[in-house]
Design a protein around this ligand. Structure first.
Ligand code: AP5
Length: 222
């Protein structure tokens, strides 16, 4: 079962993807992390993506779709974290999955938008692994230091309040329509988790879904 994590910036998609990766052997595919690695390495994709990311806009669909095609070739179940983000990307993904005879269910992280700015401005990240912390909800053992490697943590440049506002508006405008796309009564593929709950409780909801209370035999939401 492949999972598509859908939800606004700060909903907790990356946090939960990392937990499920460790506990269930999923492979987290975060388009944000892939783009940031490309930026760091100054690849053509990274250079093209940079200006969009810095102002909180979406990177053009054709760049993203080209980038994702080889990722889906690998074996094993993936969590698509941050892809698709537009209806055009969702249609391209459906096409890719059909060609590869794979299936994916979308998990919507339902959350009150009022908590998102606080979650994002308090986020600290270990750049190499993508591990995230939160000074309010999930502090590292030593402030500013990654628990696993002891390396310094950083704040993402797009986690400034002004850019967060743009990212949230872009989500409402371009990504939220995917809720209806995946909740189409003729082909429902959407399940919801309460992402306002504490981190551990969101994990429990996801574990219940994966252990198949929430999915019927053919992968569609039960
Ligand atoms: P990306 O890196 O994907 O960022 P995002 O979608 O904005 O999502 P975030 O990583 O900010 O949030 P998250 O839901 O993963 O939250 P997290 O778990 O870290 O994308 C960045 C940019 O890349 C985009 O703006 C765009 O430019 C480009 N891009 C990427 N994909 C693209 C695509 N497909 N098409 C076009 N452009 C694309 O949690 C946030 C914080 O809250 C953490 O500190 C965490 O500890 C804390 N937290 C998590 N859960 C909880 C909880 N339940 N309670 C309290 N705190 C919590």
């Amino acid at each position: 079962m492949n999972l598509i994590f859908l939800g606004p910036p700060g909903a907790g998609k990356g946090t939960q993807a990392k937990v499920l990766e460790e506990r269930f052997g999923y492979r987290q595919v975060s388009t944000g992390d892939i783009l940031r690695a490309n930026r760091r390495d100054k690849t053509p994709v990274g250079l093209e993506a940079q200006s969009y990311m810095d102002r909180g806009a979406l990177v053009p669909d054709d760049v993203i779709i080209r980038m994702m095609e080889p990722v889906l070739d690998a074996a094993g179940n993936v969590i698509l974290d941050g892809f698709p983000r537009t209806v055009a990307q969702a249609q391209a993904l459906d096409d890719l999955l059909r060609r590869k005879t794979k299936f994916a269910v979308a998990v919507l992280f339902d959350v009150d938008p009022d908590v998102l700015t606080e979650r994002l401005t308090a986020r600290w990240t270990h750049e190499a692994s993508g591990r995230t912390y939160n000074t309010i909800h999930k502090p590292p053992k030593v402030p500013g230091v990654d628990d696993v490697t002891g390396e310094p943590l950083m704040q993402r440049p797009d986690d400034k309040e002004e850019t967060i506002r743009t990212r949230l508006a872009v989500y409402d405008d371009q990504t939220a329509p995917l809720i209806a796309y995946y909740d189409d009564p003729s082909d429902p593929r959407l399940v919801r988790v309460d992402a306002l709950a504490p981190i551990e409780s969101v994990t429990e909801q996801l574990v219940r879904l994966i252990k198949s209370d929430g999915f019927s035999r053919n992968g569609a939401p039960a």
